[in-house]
Design a protein around this ligand. Structure first.
Ligand code: 13P
Length: 236
């Protein structure tokens, strides 16, 4: 089964680490799995990817193309670096005040710019009201053409970086809400990922959930473990 693995390096690493990651990943072979690497913006130029199965992504994108946007990175600049994906609405950015409206603007700008949005949704607390996720998804894709390619990453905030993992049943319950909503809105080119404390010990079990791959955080920086997960997913 075709799977996607996205590495979110967050605000970690340095040139030496990313140079070695790129060197190693350029050589790996995968059959049915694709990988997207999302480094911090300042290291984009180190990611000269020569492996057809690996693409470049970023962790955030501007919501506008107005040049008077100090500190922002425009889609045009990302296109120049062959960036094909952007994480949008990660909970760590929502915590800084990014709201559903801003996330929707970013999603629309990604699509207009040939960048596939990886839209993060997830509840803060375990067993929190499920309406939250449906509202996050609906508003993120509001007025987005249903023919657009999009990726949804279900990342329960309580599982991010905590080592606490939802059961496969729990993930399926949340993911089925997302899937139903996207089908109701007649989107048909979408993938759903799971993210939150995935590691080499739990990924195989998590693959039993109704998901199309993973959004990985901390483990992306541990290259050997990351490679084991990529190979394991590819062989599953
Ligand atoms: P961890 O895998 O470190 O829990 O992070 C998940 C995440 O936030 C990926 O976007």
């Amino acid at each position: 089964m075709r799977k996607l693995i996205v590495a979110n390096y967050k605000m970690n690493g340095d040139s030496a680490l990313y140079t070695s990651i790129v060197k190693k990943l350029n050589k790996i072979k995968m059959l049915d799995t694709s990988v997207v690497l999302c480094p911090p913006f300042v290291y984009l130029d180190l990611f000269r990817l020569k492996n057809k199965k690996i693409s470049l992504g970023v962790q955030d994108i501007s919501n506008q193309i107005n040049h008077k946007s100090t500190g922002q990175i425009s889609p045009h600049m990302l296109n120049e670096f062959s960036v094909k994906y952007s994480i949008v609405g990660h909970s760590e950015r929502r915590a800084l005040g990014e709201n559903d409206d801003l996330i929707n603007q970013k999603v629309k700008l990604c699509i207009e710019s040939d960048i596939v949005p990886i839209i993060c949704v997830g509840e803060n607390e375990k067993d929190e009201n499920v309406d939250l996720i449906q509202n996050q998804v609906s508003s993120a894709i509001s007025k987005v053409k249903r023919s657009s390619k999009i990726i949804l990453a279900y990342e329960p905030v309580w599982a991010i970086g905590t080592g606490e993992i939802p059961s496969v049943e729990y993930i399926n319950k949340q993911v089925s809400l997302v899937r139903k909503l996207l089908k109701k809105k007649r989107f048909n080119d979408f993938l759903i990922l799971y993210g939150g404390s995935v590691d080499e010990d739990n990924y195989a079990n998590l693959l039993g959930a109704d998901i199309d791959g993973f959004l990985l955080g901390g483990v992306s920086l541990r290259l050997d473990e990351f490679l084991k997960i990529v190979k394991g997913v590819d062989n599953a």
